[in-house]
Ligand binder design. Structure first.
Ligand SMILES: Nc1ncnc2c1ncn2[C@@H]1O[C@H](COP(=O)(O)OP(=O)(O)OP(=O)(O)O)[C@@H](O)[C@H]1O
Ligand SMILES: O=P(O)(O)OC[C@H]1O[C@H](OP(=O)(O)OP(=O)(O)O)[C@H](O)[C@@H]1O
Length: 348
């Protein structure tokens, strides 16, 4: 368990201060309560998808692109649960990472000559994408949203890499004063929360958690920043509720906590993210991004599909399809396509 950080945000003060106007040129976007995102196959639709999923605006700490860098850089998670799955996804796309020295933070992908791999902590990948020190990165959507804070400088180019599924959720104790609290509204209306005794929230997602509670009408809230074993805080009397990642729900259950209706802040999975300025300005970034997207899309689309090659006679594709589907060993499969080959018909 990591020790608590010293930050404490006064939520009342946040509510009272007038929200500053965004600087000119910065678009303000609202975070959907549950970010529903879909896969698309080209760069443009993905950029659009990220626009709807982005959070709110806050100026990113940007530094100019280093004009003399000619190699393209991608950041991959250096540790944690996403690390291995990222490497294995890339391998499945014939983009194997060659990491000769595990103590080194750099590696390469022989298949893509002008691409340099940098192993970084997920939150640092987002920060370095914003500053232009990385051009591409693979990280969870939760981390992009928390640390990117809606920055226009980030583009989610693939929003569903099909691993690292989890949700950022608000959870409360099952018992005591929370026994009959089952919805966000119930929680907001609890008479216990006052200016002197606000609802204490522990989270590693201060930006998203604060924004969510503010937008959902919570008036008296204080935040405590924590980055591990948050499920222990309510039982230790250090917090009333938690905002943390949930996947199977086991950790919550084992620690006597429950989710409530309306308490999901964000749905997350692994994403491929790019620095917008790099896409526009750095030579080779757009081409590499397209190549990676094509390979990822081909792999992800093919997952769960089956190709059957058969030498089968028939006067038409329909006739072949009918014969194929009448085979008991294949029944239940959905036929997507039939391809003619010179020697007969192939169906997929
Ligand atoms: N229980 C979970 N199930 C599935 N995916 C998860 C789960 N918890 C976290 N993730 C995803 O994996 C990412 C990495 O989580 P992990 O706990 O490994 O963090 P980490 O790499 O150790 O980062 P740090 O130490 O900086 O907190 C998260 O940002 C999230 O996208
Ligand atoms: O719903 P579940 O499947 O039980 O998963 C949820 C847990 O997974 C993550 O923690 P992790 O295991 O990464 O450890 P951490 O608390 O040190 O971050 C998250 O912070 C939860 O504690």
């Amino acid at each position: 368990m990591s020790p608590m950080l010293a930050t404490r945000l006064d939520f009342t003060a946040v509510l009272l201060s007038p929200s500053p106007s965004p600087p000119p040129g910065l678009r303000v976007r609202a975070l959907p309560a549950v970010a529903a995102r879909t896969r698309a196959s080209s760069l443009a639709p993905r950029a659009a998808a990220s626009a709807t999923a982005a959070v709110s605006a806050k100026p990113a700490a940007v530094s100019p692109l280093s004009a003399d860098r000619t190699v393209v850089r991608i950041g991959l998670p250096s540790k944690g649960r996403m690390s291995e799955q990222t490497l294995s996804l890339l391998k499945s796309c014939q983009l194997s990472v060659r990491h000769l020295n595990p103590r080194q933070y750099t590696a390469d992908i022989p298949q893509v000559p002008n691409l340099e791999v940098w192993f970084q902590r997920p939150k640092d990948i987002v920060r370095k994408l914003q500053s232009g020190d990385l051009d591409l990165g693979i990280v969870g959507f939760d981390i992009v949203s928390e640390y990117g804070q809606g920055s226009d400088d980030l583009v989610v180019v693939h929003d569903a890499l099909e691993f690292g599924h989890c949700r950022l959720s608000l959870a409360v104790p099952k018992e005591g004063i929370f026994e009959n609290i089952n919805t966000l509204e119930d929680l907001a209306n609890m008479p216990e929360w006052t200016q002197e005794r606000p609802m204490r929230v522990v989270t590693g997602f201060g930006y998203l958690g604060e924004k969510f509670l503010r937008e959902n009408g919570f008036n008296h809230v204080s935040f405590l920043a924590g980055d591990g074993a948050l499920e222990s805080y309510p039982a230790m009397g250090m917090a009333d509720v938690i905002v943390d990642l949930v996947s199977s729900g086991t950790t919550l259950r084992e620690n006597n906590l429950k989710e409530i209706d309306g308490g999901v802040i964000l749905e997350s999975q692994a994403t491929l993210v790019a620095c917008r300025r790099s896409l526009h300005k750095r030579k080779g970034v757009l081409e590499i991004t397209h190549e990676m997207l094509e390979r990822l899309e081909a792999h992800l689309t093919a997952t769960g599909e089956l190709m059957v090659t058969a030498n089968m006679r028939g006067n038409s594709a329909e006739e072949v399809a009918e014969r194929v589907l009448s085979q008991t060993s294949l029944c239940g499969l959905q036929l997507c396509d039939i391809c003619h080959l010179s020697w007969g018909l192939q169906y997929v």
